[in-house]
Design a protein around this ligand. Structure first.
Ligand SMILES: O=C(O)CCC(=O)C(=O)O
Ligand SMILES: [Fe+2]
Length: 338
C-alpha cells in the first residue's frame, strides 16, 4: 500500500472523536456569513499621484483599525513567485508523513519546524486538522534545495511589502510616531521573520473540527497567500464571518505586536480555519517579526500595555499554552486602568 502524506489524525484522536458528541456550535462552523474583506489597490500607492497615494494610505489605516484585516491587489508580487512557492509547497507536503517528520535536517530547518494537529488537545474543538512547516527565515538561507531558494525569494519579496505597509501604518498613527518610522526596518530583519507553509488535508469528519484553532498572530503583521478553497474566518462585530477567496489578492492582517505598539489603534483580530470534507487546502503566511530583544511600547500615553520584549511575549504565550492549552496573548500585558 502506498504510504499516505497525511498525519495520523484519525488514529491519534480516535478516543476524542469517538467519545465527543457533535454539539450544535460546531455544526454552525460553516453556517457563517461570507464577506469580502476591504479591497485595496496598491497600484495607487506605488504609481498614483500624491492625492491617490494619501487616499490609499487612509484606506489601509481604516481597514487596520476597523477590521484588522484587508486584502491587496496589484501588490507587485509576481504571479510567478507565488506560483513557484505553491508548487514547491505542494511537492513538500506530498511526501509521506514519515518523510516529513524527519525532513528538517536535510532541509537545514530547525528541529520542530514541522507541526501537525494539536499535541495538547483534550477535546474535539482543540484539534487543528492541519500540518505546517513553521520556518524562521534564518534557516532558509542555510538550505540549498529548490525549496529553500524559492522560499528565500518569496520571503524577500513579501518582506519588502510588509515593511512598506508597516511603515505607512506607522505614519498614519500621527505625529507621536514620526520619529519611529524606521522602527520596522531596524527591528524586523529578514533573519527574524518567519514563513509558515500550511496544508489542511480533507477532513472526513468535517465540519466538527477546526483546520486551525481560533488565534491571533504573534507578530506585527502577516501576509497570507491562500488557494481558492476557502475556510478562513475572522471574528468581527461579535460574530464569525468567512473570507471569500480572491485569487488575485494577498490577505494582510494586523498582529498582536502592532496592536500593542499602536496602543490599541490597529486591531489584532482572532481568526480560524474550518475544514473541508472533500478538498485539501494550502496557504502560506509571512510573519513580520522583530528580533527577540526588541521592546514593544506605544509612543503615546497613557499606554494600554506594559513594555515587553518579543522574547517575553513569546515565553508568556508558550507558558500559557502549556498550562491552559491555549494562548492568552496581549491581555496578559494590559496595564490596569486604575
Ligand atoms: O490558512 C489560513 O487561511 C490562515 C493561516 C493562519 O492564520 C496562520 O498561519 O497563522
Ligand atoms: Fe494566523
Amino acid at each position: 500500500m502506498e504510504e499516505s502524506p497525511d498525519p495520523p489524525f484519525v488514529e491519534t484522536y480516535k478516543n476524542l472523536i469517538d467519545t465527543n458528541i457533535v454539539d450544535d456550535e460546531h455544526i454552525d462552523l460553516f453556517m457563517v456569513e461570507e464577506c469580502e474583506l476591504p479591497l485595496i489597490n496598491l497600484h495607487q500607492l506605488n504609481y498614483g499621484n500624491k492625492f491617490e497615494r494619501e487616499e490609499c494610505k487612509k484606506k489601509i489605516a481604516k481597514a487596520s483599525r476597523e477590521w484588522g484585516f484587508f486584502q491587496v491587489v496589484n501588490h507587485g508580487v509576481s504571479p510567478n513567485i507565488l506560483g513557484q512557492m505553491r508548487t514547491e509547497q505542494v511537492k513538500l507536503f506530498k511526501k509521506t508523513f514519515n518523510e516529513k517528520i524527519n525532513i528538517d535536517k536535510s532541509l537545514n530547518f530547525s528541529e520542530g519546524s514541522y507541526r501537525w494537529g494539536t499535541p495538547t488537545a483534550t477535546c474535539l474543538r482543540q484539534i487543528s486538522w492541519s500540518e505546517a512547516f513553521h520556518v524562521p527565515l534564518s534557516d532558509v538561507s542555510k538550505g540549498f534545495s529548490s525549496l529553500s531558494f524559492t522560499m528565500e525569494e518569496f520571503a524577500t519579496t513579501l518582506s519588502e511589502l510588509a515593511q512598506e505597509l508597516a511603515r505607512l501604518l506607522a505614519e498614519e498613527l500621527g505625529d507621536y510616531y514620526n520619529y519611529k518610522l524606521d522602527y520596522f526596518k531596524e527591528t524586523c530583519l529578514s533573519s527574524t521573520c518567519y514563513l509558515r507553509m500550511n496544508r489542511y488535508p480533507a477532513c472526513p469528519i468535517s465540519p466538527q473540527l477546526f483546520g486551525l484553532m481560533p488565534h491571533t498572530d504573534s507578530d506585527f503583521l502577516t501576509i497570507l497567500h491562500q488557494d481558492e478553497i476557502g475556510g478562513l474566518q475572522l471574528f468581527s462585530d461579535g460574530k464569525w464571518i468567512s473570507v471569500k477567496p480572491n485569487p488575485e489578492a494577498l490577505i494582510i492582517n494586523i498582529g498582536d505586536l502592532f496592536q500593542a505598539w499602536s496602543n490599541g489603534v490597529y486591531r489584532s483580530v482572532e481568526h480560524r480555519v474550518v475544514t473541508n470534507k472533500f478538498k485539501e487546502r494550502f496557504s502560506t503566511a509571512f510573519f513580520l517579526c522583530p528580533s527577540y530583544d526588541t521592546e514593544i511600547l506605544s509612543c503615546v500615553e497613557p499606554c494600554l500595555y506594559k513594555k515587553f520584549t518579543f522574547r517575553e511575549f513569546r515565553q508568556q504565550v508558550q507558558e500559557d499554552v502549556n498550562s491552559f492549552g491555549y494562548k492568552i496573548g496581549l491581555p496578559r500585558f494590559l496595564l490596569s486602568t486604575n
